[in-house]
Design a protein around this ligand. Structure first.
Ligand SMILES: Nc1ncnc2c1ncn2[C@@H]1O[C@H](COP(=O)(O)OP(=O)(O)OP(=O)(O)O)[C@@H](O)[C@H]1O
Ligand SMILES: [Mg+2]
Length: 280
């Protein structure tokens, strides 16, 4: 099954029929995906299935062999100024303080021109949003891993993105900091009206954060299944619904695994190749 296009309202990001190969080896095949305004979509899948490649294609960082990408209704062939990226490593510039890092890039020529006052306000608001106002003059070497990742998120927010692309942004953090950052992210989305495409290989993180989960499988990367997450927030207040969705996701993965490891013989082909929708 491939991802579906939303029926209500214009999507922020739309991709259809995306194929990507590296040196002739197919890595993504026939990907259809859309992200609606203010939606958190989690791209979930095992290591190597093509999540980062898909995120880079959707962010306009690399091109696709085939397929169509649109952002805010326009064809996309380069990173859009209304999008921003956060990666696993904060990637801060060590010679700039927190405010300098958050403001870095706002003056690039593809960004909308800002007055000095507007720029200052944007930076201060973004730093405040991630709870680092008291550390605005600190340098990266003086920050913990979680603080550094907050700076990376603030740097993205300062662009006031319509869509934030986040590639495993919390996977280098300890479990407690990670849980705090997941809450921070979902809170920011509500307050800043930003949509997020969050790559993760952590099923719990996907269920805790996302409005919709898109499950990928690899070789080549395809969309296997997707779920709207029907659980009100905070998600950990509904453990039964949480566990039920987790079991559905695991069942879809197991089904995929069985299809790969037990190629259908002519006799039991229908047994082993049931449609994935059975898990819903
Ligand atoms: N620049 C590249 N050149 C050649 N092959 C690549 C390149 N980037 C990725 N690949 C291959 O494409 C496939 C998908 O890689 P990708 O990094 O998108 O996976 P992923 O799902 O993000 O994995 P992980 O969870 O480990 O980050 C892998 O087989 C990888 O080896
Ligand atoms: Mg990756």
């Amino acid at each position: 099954m491939s991802g579906t296009f939303p029926h209500d309202g214009a999507p922020l990001l739309e991709a259809r029929g995306i194929d990507v190969s590296y040196a002739g080896k197919p890595v993504l095949a026939g990907i259809d995906l859309a992200v609606r305004p203010r939606e958190i979509v989690s791209l979930l899948g095992a290591s190597g299935c093509g999540k980062s490649t898909l995120l880079k294609v959707l962010a306009g960082l690399i091109s696709a062999d085939h397929g169509e990408r649109r952002f805010l209704g326009e064809p996309l062939d380069a990173p859009h100024p209304r999008s921003a990226l956060v990666f696993q490593q904060a990637g801060l510039l060590p010679w700039l303080d927190v405010a300098g890092n958050v403001g870095f890039g706002l003056d690039f020529k593809h960004q909308p021109a800002l007055s000095a006052n507007q720029r200052h306000q944007r930076v201060a608001q973004a730093i405040e949003a991630v709870g680092l106002s008291e550390h605005a003059r600190a340098f990266p070497a003086q920050l913990s891993g979680g603080m550094a990742q907050r700076v990376a998120i603030a740097r993205a927010l300062a662009r006031q993105p319509a869509l934030l692309f986040a590639d495993e942004p919390f996977s280098a953090l300890d479990a407690i900091t990670r849980a705090e950052m997941q809450l921070l992210l979902t809170g920011l989305v509500q307050r800043w009206h930003t949509a997020v495409l969050l790559v993760t290989h952590d099923i719990d993180e996907a269920i805790l954060t996302a409005d919709r989960i898109v499950l990928m499988s690899g070789s080549p990367g395809r969309i296997l299944h997707e779920w709207e997450v029907p659980i009100s927030r905070p998600r950990d207040a509904a453990p039964q619904a949480f566990a039920a969705l987790k079991l559905e996701i695991l069942a879809a993965l197991r089904q995929r695994h069985n299809n790969i490891t037990q190629p259908a013989s002519s006799e039991n082909a229908n047994e082993t190749r049931k449609p994935l929708d059975y898990v819903r």
